[in-house]
Ligand binder design. Structure first.
Ligand SMILES: NC(=O)c1ccc[n+]([C@@H]2O[C@H](COP(=O)([O-])OP(=O)(O)OC[C@H]3O[C@@H](n4cnc5c(N)ncnc54)[C@H](O)[C@@H]3O)[C@@H](O)[C@H]2O)c1
Length: 248
């Protein structure tokens, strides 16, 4: 696809799902990958799977919504793999995340979403961006959601607010570092097949123009392109990767 040999990457929330697929894809293209997750065992299992497939990967458990934990986590990763060239801010679903109408919600529910989806992106970006600028090269990609760009009546307003904050932040970050060889882009996803209830997935798929929900392997190639050297002209963008669910 695109050669990432010699590059180092950190993918957050990569113990399962979309992030795990992205981490595996980056490793398959030659990058050395740190697999972050809140849960140590998930990160370790994903790193072992990536290594078994022939890649280089380490587990890096820390909470992206805790700035001090991020700074020390990134320091540990850089001591093990070398300076980070690539950051993929993928963590975005708080454990046990439920849905519910805003009118019945509490500030504690919103806080979790903003802390993970806005501050999590800012924390990790802040921890790596100065090194990237000093070295004159870096790639930051944030995995977001259509819920961050359009209103939907599914009870995800706080999640959407957190995602929207991340999207806006990424646009500004891109402008601030564009002259330093660092790009910053967002990929706003549509409906993903999370291997939960096949009936729910089949029902959701009916609302997707292409007729199916995405698998991690439908997302990862887009990220591989965005973090490649070839994507140096692509920055400040929010790509809608959603099977045709056109959003604005
Ligand atoms: N699943 C969907 O339908 C969908 C749709 C649109 C966008 N997205 C976005 O795609 C990304 C990946 O989603 P997914 O469905 O693969 O999620 P997932 O829940 O399957 O996996 C997310 C991982 O992130 C980890 N995580 C959660 N909080 C964390 C924290 N504070 N620090 C570190 N790790 C943390 C979790 O432990 C989990 O392993 C997220 O940003 C999500 O918002 C998902």
């Amino acid at each position: 696809m695109f050669d990432l040999t010699g590059r180092t990457a950190l993918v957050t929330g990569a113990g399962q799902g979309v992030g795990r697929g992205i981490a595996k894809a980056l490793a398959s293209q030659g990058a050395k990958v740190a697999i972050n997750d809140l849960f140590e065992e998930r990160a370790a299992e994903a790193a072992a799977e990536t290594e078994a497939a022939g890649g280089t990967a380490i587990a890096a458990a820390f909470d992206v919504s805790d700035y001090d934990a991020v700074v020390s986590g990134v320091a540990r990763v850089e001591a093990a793999l070398g300076p980070l060239d690539i950051l993929v801010n993928n963590a975005g679903v708080p454990p046990g995340m439920g849905v519910g109408q805003f009118r019945e919600s509490k500030p504690a529910d919103w806080r979790k979403q903003i802390e993970l989806n806005t501050y999590g992106v800012m924390n990790c970006s802040r921890a790596v961006v100065n090194g990237m600028c000093d070295r004159g090269h870096g790639r930051i990609v944030t995995i977001s959601s259509g819920a961050g760009t359009v209103g939907i009546p599914l009870g995800v307003s706080a999640y959407g607010a957190g995602k929207g904050g991340g999207i806006a932040f990424m646009r500004h970050l891109a402008m601030e570092v564009a002259g330093n060889g660092v790009t910053a882009n967002t990929v706003a996803l549509g409906l993903i097949d999370n291997h939960t209830d096949p009936e729910v997935t089949a029902h959701m798929a009916k609302t997707v123009p292409v007729g199916f929900c995405a698998r991690p392997e439908d997302i990862a190639p887009c990220v591989v392109y965005l973090v490649s050297d070839e994507a140096r002209w692509m920055t400040g963008q929010t790509l809608q990767l959603n099977g045709g669910n056109v959003t604005t």
